[in-house]
Design a protein around this ligand. Structure first.
Ligand SMILES: Nc1nc2c(ncn2[C@@H]2O[C@H](COP(=O)(O)OP(=O)(O)OP(=O)(O)O)[C@@H](O)[C@H]2O)c(=O)[nH]1
Length: 305
């Protein structure tokens, strides 16, 4: 994870600190190193504006501070680079889903969470992973397959539900997804379930009809949480998707999947830094346990250790 970008940051710190062994660097020279870093970040798939943000942050840490020969320059630069990224990652909101579930349950039951996203981002897999975490935490969970559109979607979620050991509610292909979600909620209310996780069909954020359908599901369900699943590999495109869903139905929280699959790391970092919504989890694999709570410290560890 993040392997190329990790090397780019390491090389940057190494080059500057080696140069400092022989002379004190001028601001102009630091600027040149930073410009080179900018190009390297772009080549690791970091989006232009995010690379600019990172480099400016690092420049701020380094400029105006005379680093002299003999100072522990390597340590100083390493710390400055790490601190810059830390500042940016700390600016991204975190979201503790289990705490949220508990806070809603203190008032009402069931907690309704609607999952949304473009096709193939990993929505269904993420629902299965979250259902697994909820079950492990002692909650009674229903998963509702309100995807009546894609062939195989019902069976896919059903299979996950059977494997995890949670209740599945589905319906006929072509039927109204809002009706399935509604049935699942009624079932949960009657049978004292804690949480209903609603899968919706994958849809492009620019497809007006399907976005209208999603609005209808949201109107009927009145979810406590609208969760958007984004594929971290898609970088800036993921941010465009977020904009589309935000405008159509609103987005409360985000899960970024496939962080493990981004060898360069730039796309994932772009999505994390640029998302502007609280991130609940990062998907880091295909297994049920491959979901980690978003925490800036964990991302920093991935980038620097
Ligand atoms: N490496 C990796 N693969 C993942 C992750 N999350 C999901 N996947 C894989 O991505 C593929 C698509 O996942 P699905 O859950 O079917 O995607 P979806 O968004 O529900 O797809 P639609 O129903 O078509 O909208 C599957 O092969 C998943 O195993 C992740 O965090 N890491």
């Amino acid at each position: 994870m993040f392997s190329k970008i990790k090397k780019v940051l390491q090389d940057f710190a190494q080059q500057i600190s080696e140069a400092i062994l022989y002379r004190t660097l001028s601001e102009k020279e630091i600027d040149e190193y930073c410009n080179n870093l900018f190009i390297q970040l772009i080549e690791s798939d970091v989006a232009y504006d995010v690379a600019e943000k990172i480099v400016n942050e690092i420049k701020q840490q380094l400029m105006g501070k005379k680093i002299r020969r003999g100072d522990d320059a390597k340590n100083y630069i390493d710390t400055a680079v790490e601190k810059s990224l830390e500042e940016m990652l700390k600016g991204v909101g975190t979201f503790k889903l289990m705490n949220f579930v508990k806070s809603v349950l203190a008032k009402e039951k069931p907690v309704k969470i609607m999952f949304m996203g473009v096709n193939g981002v990993g929505k269904t897999t993420t629902i299965a992973k979250i259902a697994h975490i909820l079950k492990t935490n002692g909650f009674k969970v229903v998963v509702a397959a309100a995807d009546t559109f894609r062939a195989g979607a019902q069976e896919q979620l059903k299979k996950h539900a059977e494997r995890i050991g949670v209740t599945f509610i589905g319906g006929r292909y072509g039927s109204d997804p809002a009706a399935i979600a509604f049935d699942a909620i009624v079932y949960a209310q009657k049978n004292n379930f804690d949480v209903v996780l609603i899968d919706t069909a994958g849809r492009m954020h620019v497809d007006i009809d399907l976005m209208n359908e999603l609005r209808k599901v949201a109107r009927v369900v009145k979810p406590h949480l609208k969760l958007l699943v984004l594929d971290a590999l898609t970088g800036n495109d993921a941010l465009e998707q977020l904009k589309g869903f935000e405008e159509a139905v609103g987005v409360d929280v985000v899960v970024l999947t496939k962080v493990d699959a981004d060898a360069n790391g730039g796309a994932a970092l772009t999505t994390i830094i640029g998302v502007g919504k609280p991130i609940a989890y990062l998907g880091v694999g295909q297994g049920y346990n491959d979901l980690i709570e978003y925490d800036p410290a964990i991302v920093l560890k991935m980038l620097f250790r």
